[in-house]
Design a protein around this ligand. Structure first.
Ligand code: 6GU
Length: 243
């Protein structure tokens, strides 16, 4: 799968995608991440990318030409032609809120363009005539869309077959199963007097599975009752929650 990230600050994005799992995924040919500087596509000697808002008011607005030029050049769209086959997603606080379901949806695409906003926002014509979707990562305001784009790349990349070392990969994740995850422990069995729950060292796999499910259910009820309301629970789950 290929991501094209359009940004005024490619240097902000580069280090994150060059380490750890994303690095390995790219080396294995499972993932490609191309960074594009929107400024390189801005016309004129000064390569201006922002301007004052029509109608006045504070802040600056991202000009349409550099963004259209950049996305069209990289995706190979002719100016004014039909929209790109690949989704063109704006990262903006006005978008729909990104979540695990959207990550699964995006992982089905061969290629995705992510366009990072800066300043007060995009000229509305970018929204109307270039973007196919808009995403936010939550109800707070960042100085730009770069962190949001990286979050989208990260969350989607780890869903691609082969990217995670563990083949059961993302199946047990919080949110994948609609619940928060159960508690994890590793060695030592006792640390500063705090012991790992006996059940986990008992070797009884059925009991371990039951305990984990119960922990996940209880933890979700306590921390994220909204998730529990939407989760598909079995009769056995209800019994575990009642206990
Ligand atoms: Cl995608 N961009 C900005 N600037 N702020 C945000 C955001 C995106 N998502 C949440 N806050």
């Amino acid at each position: 799968m290929r991501f094209d990230i359009f940004t005024l600050f490619p240097e902000v994005c580069a280090p994150y995608v060059q380490e750890s799992i994303l690095k390995r995924a790219q080396a294995a040919g499972l993932l490609e991440v191309q960074l594009h500087n929107i400024r390189d596509h801005a016309p004129g000697k000064h390569q201006v990318t922002d301007d004052e808002p029509y109608g006045g008011g504070g802040g600056m607005v991202m000009k349409p030409e550099p963004v259209f030029n950049a996305v069209e050049a990289v995706l190979g769209i002719e100016a004014g032609a039909a929209p790109a086959a690949a989704p063109v997603i704006l990262l903006t606080p006005q978008g729909r809120t990104f979540n695990q379901a959207i990550a699964y949806e995006l992982a089905q695409h061969e290629r995705i363009a992510l366009v990072c906003g800066r300043y007060e926002g995009f000229d509305e014509r970018i929204r109307e005539h270039l973007a196919t979707d808009e995403l936010s990562i939550g109800d707070y305001v960042l100085t730009g869309g770069e962190l949001a784009a990286l979050i989208v790349v990260d969350a989607v990349a780890r869903l691609l077959p082969g990217v995670l070392g563990d083949p059961t990969g993302a199946e047990d994740d919080s949110f994948a199963m609609g619940l928060l995850e159960y508690p994890h422990y590793t060695r030592p069995a006792e640390y500063r007097g705090w012991r790992v729950p006996d059940i986990l060292v008992s070797g009884d796999h059925a009991k371990v599975a039951r305990w984990r499910r119960q922990q996940a259910l209880q933890r979700t009820r306590r921390r994220r009752p909204d998730l529990l309301d939407r989760a598909e629970l079995t009769d056995a789950d209800r019994k575990l929650l009642g206990e």
